[in-house]
Design a protein around this ligand. Structure first.
Ligand SMILES: Nc1ncnc2c1ncn2[C@@H]1O[C@H](COP(=O)(O)OP(=O)(O)OP(=O)(O)O)[C@@H](O)[C@H]1O
Length: 237
């Protein structure tokens, strides 16, 4: 059995006077879907970026299967990520975007049609990305993340822009990927969706860990427990 979970150990990040992430220690198990929750400005995106080697920690480390991202033998195949929906050239067609990404990662062109089918974009693949809805861009980002058939998926708000049918589809996709033994970590603000999708949770507030453990280890329903853990504040830091 492979152990490709994610672990953060004392992970911290300061941006000048702002401490975005403070001494986070948690594990994200393989074979499960893990939700990453926290209010606006809690440090989720910064943490995901540190896991992916895009932001250098001020202290501590983030490991994937025991390695730092940059030390993985084939990071672009081992880890698929969707960080934002704006990274597409608007004049490029969806299929061409994936072809370019496949070539850059040294992957066979045949993967492109496979991932388009997996995310339900086959019919729209010949259209230019500028005409895509937000939900279609999310699907294209997911397709790009799946190109390398990665063991680990890291997704920043993948449900953003999806309609109810799209959310149900995403839930099924994430659960299928986890059932295959993959590690799936995604951030979200939609608690009702998270409650239906995840096995495991990491909750942060103001850069600090508030909870890491199974969904059923929470004290009460997710929304109640979440608001208690983050102090019920609507302040953005
Ligand atoms: N490059 C940067 N320079 C300075 N401050 C930053 C930078 N990136 C993030 N921050 C700050 O770090 C804190 C955490 O931001 P981050 O984007 O990680 O939070 P988040 O939990 O992803 O928020 P949201 O849910 O709103 O996306 C915020 O106070 C933010 O302003």
């Amino acid at each position: 059995m492979r152990h490709d979970g994610i672990s953060a150990r004392g992970l911290s990040k300061r941006f000048g006077p702002v401490t975005a992430v403070r001494d986070l220690t948690f594990d994200v198990p393989a074979g499960q879907v893990t939700g990453f929750l926290g209010p606006n400005g809690a440090g989720k995106s910064t943490t995901l970026r540190m896991i992916l080697g895009l932001v250098r920690p001020s202290a501590g480390e983030a490991l994937i299967g025991g390695h730092r991202y940059d030390d993985l033998p084939q990071p672009r195949r081992a880890v698929g990520a969707v960080l934002e929906t704006t990274g597409f050239h608007p004049g490029r067609r969806g299929r061409d975007h994936l072809r370019v990404a496949a070539r850059a990662a040294g992957l066979p062109a045949g993967r492109v049609d496979e991932v388009l089918d997996r995310v339900g974009l086959t019919d729209a693949a010949g259209r230019r990305v500028r005409g895509y809805s937000l939900g279609m861009r999310q699907r294209l980002g997911l397709a790009a993340a799946l190109l390398g058939d990665p063991q680990v998926l890291i997704l920043d708000e993948p449900a953003n822009g999806l309609d109810p049918a799209g959310m149900a589809w995403l839930r099924g996709l994430l659960r299928d990927l986890a059932a295959q033994g993959r590690t799936v970590l995604f951030s979200s603000h939609v608690l009702s969706e998270v409650a239906q999708t995840v096995d495991h949770l990491v909750i942060v507030h103001d850069g600090s860990l508030r909870y890491a453990g199974p969904l059923d280890g929470l004290d009460g329903p997710l929304e109640t427990a979440f608001l208690t853990l983050v102090g019920g504040t609507a302040d953005v830091r």
